[in-house]
Design a binder for this molecule. Structure first.
Ligand code: FAD
Length: 453
């Protein structure tokens, strides 16, 4: 690898999707910039691995309608997407009953279905009032931000099945429990990704498409375009600001730049010391952006046997610890692959156990969903994202009550010459790959407005 340059126009901290998108835009505009990445690979929360003669995505993998920035980059890099396999009946394990259905309406008892529909209608109506750019200016923001999503659910959903449905949906989207989330944050997040239904859906939803060969190719493609300007295994430890520039510290090495873009996830932002210290509003916001907990697993089979039973492989359920599963087989379905998640509290418990124990838990659950053939796994792998020291939990950060209205205005405001990007700072598709890309582009535009060229 090239030695670190002593002086550049801009330094981008983090080679995830947001950092690479920022550097891509800066370079295209003629700014001499480098990317400093703590890991020995690019992609951050996007990580693909060649496995079982195909690939698995341990991190972010799906794209869906409306994620225009992400599709544009995929297309520009000459990559191809494939739809998630949806043919066949979906599986639902709710209240101890295993049922199958097609279409979007789950086979819940009529009273529960009616309850979910009325609660969702109320939720969508409230979400439509959210000010995406300034959630703290949403009408009635203080009231919405002073309660948890669980409190709202307890008041709004009238049946226990209805409440459980939203609890599972919350785990699937946020990887945490409704009691940890501000109602305003849940409303913001749903509107940021269009609607809660879109976030939960496969066809016409956020789980619609995958990049053939793995999502990390997008990060690698962007990094390749930055030839020699991405420095791996280079964790930034400090950023010093002066009136005329910044000094970015990588241990005892220093890079001088006109500006910096910091993209590290909120949970690990404390690994960088700032001089002068961050303003209190920004520092206290970071204290209120915990990450969710998720263990993502893949199980491989000689063939996708569930398809022979007329099943799509898509599962939702309320029985801990595995509540969501999809068919993640490659084109040609050789091998058959199921992807699933331990999320929220289920992931907190799962991460206390070794992978071999988790594998047996998954084997037993998949047998419950798909019958005895699910016992014949040919391979198993998983990633506990809470254990990843440069991420410390996923899918991303969430805001508890009070955070948006008291500290939210500091989310995107540059501190001197330090600009902020990262999926969590996106207005549209906050928490998603598309949001990461657009946040990087937005921060690059901020830098372009001041960097001498
Ligand atoms: C299991 C899982 C499934 C997901 N599924 C989807 C999905 O299907 N679709 C979707 O759109 N999104 C999904 N997401 C979310 C998506 O992956 C993220 O929103 C997105 O990748 C975040 O990109 P980012 O650049 O903002 O942050 P990151 O990817 O976290 O990038 C930040 C980078 O900073 C680096 N870093 C940290 N500290 C330092 C330091 N001190 N110095 C230098 N570098 C540092 C990190 O190593 C990392 O590379 C998923 C995430 C996970 C984990």
């Amino acid at each position: 690898m090239n030695p670190l340059p002593e002086t550049v126009g801009a330094v981008v901290v983090g080679a995830g999707m947001s950092g690479l998108a920022a550097a891509d835009r800066l370079q295209a505009q003629g700014v001499d910039c480098i990317v400093l990445e703590a890991r020995d690979r690019v992609g951050g929360r996007v990580h693909s691995e060649p496995l079982w003669g195909t690939w698995v995505d341990h991190g972010g993998q799906w794209l869906g309608p409306g994620q225009d920035r992400a599709y544009a980059v995929v297309q520009r890099l000459g990559l191809t997407t494939m739809p998630t396999h949806v043919e066949g009946r979906k599986t639902l394990l709710f209240g101890g009953r295993l049922t199958h259905h097609t279409g979007r309406t789950p086979a819940l008892p009529p009273a529960a279905l009616a309850d979910v529909a009325q609660a969702q209608w109320r939720f969508d109506r409230l979400a439509a009032t959210v000010d995406l750019r300034h959630p703290w200016r949403t009408p009635d923001a203080r009231r919405l931000d002073s309660q948890t999503f669980e409190t709202w659910l307890g008041r709004t959903a009238r049946t226990s099945a209805g409440r459980d449905f939203f609890r599972v949906a919350t785990q699937a989207v946020f990887a945490t429990e409704p009691s940890n989330l501000s109602l305003l944050h849940v409303l913001f997040y749903a509107r940021s990704g269009t609607t809660l239904e879109v976030l939960l859906s496969t066809e016409n939803g956020a789980q619609q498409d995958r990049v053939i060969g793995g999502m990390q190719q997008v990060a690698e493609g962007l990094a390749a375009g930055l030839a020699g300007r991405v420095f791996l295994s280079s964790p930034v430890t400090g950023i010093r600001q002066r009136d005329d520039g910044v000094s970015v510290l990588v241990g005892d090495r220093v890079v001088q730049a006109s500006s910096a873009i910091v993209t590290v996830p909120p949970a690990v932002a404390g690994s960088i010391s700032f001089d002068p210290p961050l303003p209190s509003q920004r520092a206290q916001l970071l204290q209120r952006m915990p990450h969710g907990s998720v263990v993502k697993f893949h199980a491989s089979y000689a063939r996708p046997f569930w398809r022979e039973q007329g099943l799509s492989g898509e599962v939702a359920g309320d029985l801990p610890p595995v509540k969501v599963v999809f068919d993640n087989s490659p084109p040609g379905a050789d091998p058959g692959i199921l992807v699933g998640f331990f999320e929220g509290e289920d992931a907190v418990v799962a991460s206390r156990h070794p992978r071999a124990v988790r594998q047996e838990v998954v084997r037993a659950r998949l047998q419950r969903f798909f019958g005895p053939a699910a016992a014949d796994m040919t391979g198993y792998t998983d990633t506990d994202w809470s254990a990843e020291i440069h991420t410390r939990g996923c899918y991303g950060a969430h805001l508890p009550p009070g955070a948006w209205t008291q500290f939210g205005s500091a989310l995107r405001v540059a501190v001197g010459r330090v600009h902020w990007a990262g999926s969590e700072t996106a207005e549209r598709w906050c928490g998603y790959i598309d949001g990461a890309i657009s946040s990087g582009e937005r921060a690059a535009d901020e830098v372009l407005a001041r960097v001498p060229r």
